[in-house]
Write a protein that binds this ligand. Sequence first.
Ligand code: ADP
Ligand code: MG
Length: 173
Amino acid sequence: MTQPIFMVGARGAGKTTVGSELAKALGYKFVDTDLYLLRTSGLSVADIVDREGWEGFRRRETEALKAVCSPLTVVATGGGAVLAQENRDFMREAGTVIYLRSPASTLANRLEDAPQEDQRPTLTGRPITEEMMQVLNEREALYQEAAHHVVDGTQDPALVVNSVMDALALPVA
Ligand code: ADP
Ligand code: MG
């Protein structure tokens, strides 16, 4: 199997952490769509949202997803990449999609512990646990719909990598 592997999930799900470890384990390249946008435009997610709104960011994100898609690559997507049907369809057709699933409380704890790694502007301005509950409420069905495999993301990163490798060996649902 040489198709790209797309990591989806909310902020703090471990898409970057687990995705880069997975790439190492498989001998794949690793790309992060947010970093790709930063490298190609010189703008962070926050900068793009400031200038162009979330709509402008989402448009650039769809372009980035297509641009980074190549064989033998693990792609860490942005938390909201699944919001667009176009992105969900594209990822499912172009590769294997892994949803790293954790409860809102776990996501919130991680984001609070490492706020500097979370360069994304808050979506609602509300307390982080509440925000993550709302985000999961709105997106859980979309993550599930996009994903070929749903993987428990609550364990240590090395164990999550193992779970993803096990899932990749399974026939796709
Ligand atoms: P994402 O890219 O999905 O937003 P990150 O990989 O940047 O998530 O992880 C967010 C924070 O959570 C980082 O500080 C990271 O070290 C931590 N983290 C990620 N996955 C795990 C995990 N499985 N267990 C514990 N901490 C994790
Ligand atoms: Mg990330």
